[in-house]
Design a protein around this ligand. Structure first.
Ligand SMILES: Cc1cc2nc3c(=O)[nH]c(=O)nc-3n(C[C@H](O)[C@H](O)[C@H](O)COP(=O)(O)O)c2cc1C
Length: 629
């Protein structure tokens, strides 16, 4: 059954210049780090082919450097030898039924190192007039190569604090010559790039430009400023305008984490749309067909771009048209795709296949086996799903009354409620596949013997680690898990021990309830197990909540009169807190696995039962074992 009726605008075709799009869904540029020395690889090609196959109308490919770069995992177009690989990519995408554009890019003063992106802006070095001219020429040459490679559209990247957007920004552009000072000056470089690219490509290829609607920086570009810039750029020769946000110093807002509301930049696109005559593309946490349709219906944008939503589920479009919206594997905005590398390239917590499409193609098992999965956390659920898809007869056992395991706790802090969606999604898929789930049953080696499976997957998870420190046995000392489960009494003054993700999120959870919270961390930094963008946001929120953070601080003892800590190498005695919350990591629960060794045909231990890790790890191991059996 096809269901384009529920989303008439989203699935209405559109013409941009001579380019005909079959729907209004655009894959927004995503730096996958899958290229090799600037060239397309098989993994790169298959990543995008999967998204094209999934039904998106247009892919705007990740950036192509117009000059040599020290970022070899990104594409380049500064030389003709990059053309053949791109040509092959374009042909593949076309054969899968989508159109494909490419982003032409220069990083400018953005440092390559990830952390440095989140530093406050430093004044950029001024480039000479000759250099500007040279760069305009390089964009034009890259555009000619784009045309030869057969792309359907060119996008000039003038957003996110990179070279061209630095010129557009009142903060980034401090020049007092004809390339600065006022709107005409600040837009001049981008206008020249647009005009020179247009000269090369004529009207054959539509030309788009990505700009910021807001920089989220004091003194930076805001919506009013962007509304002045947009018409100038359009008049220079654009056919399309793509609106985004964030720059150096506010980069985490370019890729807004889960504490940002869905559709967070719709108002920016709406504002720009009021002042330009060309179609406008909107982006920013639009992860449901309903929100996409509503945005179009209210006339706030003409095309809907999705980045992480399509990393998470390449089949977003086809599931929507097939009336299977519930089956969409929704992005949870955890930003692992940006903040973490798997083997040097993109990864996705909810979709372990992202970036590994060539490697993890699901093929039917040679022989259908009886598989017993013990534990209903993420790794167990994911393993059960893949094994079942491959034709095995799977039964999953969970000792509690609910599936989800630790992930349910991870979903309970504020701003992380969407994380629970992963469990609902896995649950729905398992139900559809007919996987039997037995809740409330603890499995022993005797149970396994009775069931007599061909393969056992032990996914029994972990328990909070409680190191042997004097006083940790006192009744005022509880674990972060108990706090997040919400079934315990907590005093007014709370010390959270451990400043990783769990400790910080638990501290926020408590402070939001009005508790006075201090966090101690023995390392010299907080959130070392967190991604940069997510930590950036959390840190801002913790500051607002006046949570006290003590690094280089280790709890030595909790006693009647208070706490003994070692802070910066010096022993200190602190007054007692009402409650102490341990957030010191977890220890694997693998007793059953040990007992089963040598007693079953195939035995696999995955997820935290194997070694404590994050959700992405658990999903990945579940997927890999499901593929292996
Ligand atoms: C891993 C990753 C890499 C990205 N790289 C680029 C890029 O190279 N160029 C660009 O214009 N946007 C880039 N973006 C931003 C996205 O295109 C998009 O604007 C942003 O993720 C918000 O959309 P979403 O909420 O649908 O993910 C990237 C996003 C992610 C997640």
């Amino acid at each position: 059954m096809t269901d384009t009726i529920s989303f008439p605008l989203l699935f209405s075709p559109m013409k941009i210049g001579q380019l005909e799009l079959k729907n209004r869904l655009v894959m927004s540029p995503v730096g996958t780090r899958l290229a090799h020395v600037g060239k397309v690889t098989d993994a790169f090609k298959e990543f995008y082919a999967a998204r094209a196959r999934g039904g998106v109308g247009l892919i705007v490919l990740e950036p192509c450097f117009v000059e040599p770069t020290d970022e070899p995992k990104f594409l380049s177009l500064y030389d003709d030898n990059f053309i053949p690989g791109l040509k092959e990519l374009v042909e593949t995408i076309h054969s899968e039924g989508a159109k494909i554009g490419v982003q032409l890019f220069h990083a400018g003063w953005q440092p390559g190192a990830k952390q440095a992106r989140f530093l406050p802006p430093i004044p950029p070095a001024e480039i000479s007039l000759e250099r500007i001219k040279e760069l305009v020429g390089k964009f034009a040459q890259a555009a000619s190569r784009t045309k030869v490679a057969g792309f359907d559209l060119i996008e000039i990247h003038a957003a996110h604090g990179y070279l061209l957007s630095q010129f557009l920004s009142p903060l980034g552009n401090q020049r007092d010559d004809e390339y600065g000072l006022d709107i005409t000056g600040r837009t001049r470089f981008v206008v020249e790039v647009i005009q020179s690219v247009k000269e090369r490509i004529g009207d054959e290829l539509p030309l788009s430009c990505r700009i910021n609607g807001y920089e989220h920086l004091p003194g930076g570009l805001d919506l009013e400023g962007a509304k002045e810039i947009a018409p100038v750029l359009v008049d220079a020769g654009l056919d399309l305008l793509s609106v985004s946000a964030g720059a150096l110093g506010s980069y985490p807002l370019t890729i807004p984490p889960s504490d940002t509301k869905e559709g967070c930049y719709v108002h920016l696109a709406e504002g720009i749309k009021q002042v330009v005559s060309v179609p406008v593309v909107v982006v920013g946490r639009i992860n449901t067909p309903d929100l996409a349709e509503e945005t179009l219906n209210l006339g706030k944008a003409d095309l809907i771009a999705m980045a992480r939503g399509l990393v998470a589920d390449p089949e977003f479009t086809v599931k929507t048209t097939n009336g299977e919206v519930q089956r969409i594997r929704k992005c949870i905005a955890c930003n692992a795709c940006l903040d973490t590398d798997y083997d040097g390239h993109i990864l996705c917590t909810v979709n372990p296949v992202a970036g590994r499409e060539t490697e993890l193609e699901t093929t039917p098992a040679e022989q259908s086996k009886k598989v017993m999965v013990i534990g209903g956390g993420l790794s167990g659920l994911q393993a059960a799903m893949v094994a079942s898809i491959r034709g095995h007869k799977v039964v999953l056992y969970e000792e509690t009354a609910n599936i989800g395991g630790q992930w349910l706790l991870a979903s309970s802090p504020l701003h992380k409620h969407e994380f629970e969606g992963m469990v609902s999604w896995l649950s729905y898929e398992l139900k559809t596949l007919g996987v039997e789930i037995i809740l409330g049953q603890s499995v022993t080696s005797a149970t396994v013997k009775t069931v007599n499976p061909d393969a056992v997957i032990v996914a029994t998870g972990a328990l909070p680690a409680v190191p042997s420190v004097a006083g940790f046995e006192r009744e005022q000392v509880i674990t972060a898990w108990e706090v997040l489960r919400g079934n315990t009494t907590i005093g007014e003054r709370v010390m959270v021990i451990g400043g990783g993700a769990t400790g910080l999120e638990t501290a926020e959870f408590l402070a939001e309830q009005g508790k006075k919270v201090s966090v101690v961390e023995m390392l010299k930094a907080f959130g070392t197990d967190m991604g940069g963008t997510v930590y950036f946001h959390l840190r801002t929120r913790l500051r607002k909540l006046a949570i006290e953070l003590f690094k280089n601080t280790e709890v030595k003892e909790i006693n009647e009169s208070g706490v003994v800590v070692m802070r910066n190498g010096v022993e200190e005695n602190w007054a007692a807190f009402d409650t102490y919350v341990l957030a010191l990591g977890v220890s694997s629960r693998n007793d059953l696995a040990k007992e089963l060794e040598g007693k079953v045909g195939e035995l696999y231990v995955i997820g935290d039962a194997n070694a404590p890790g994050n959700g992405a790890n658990a999903m990945r191991q579940g997927y890999e074992i499901g593929m292996k059996i």
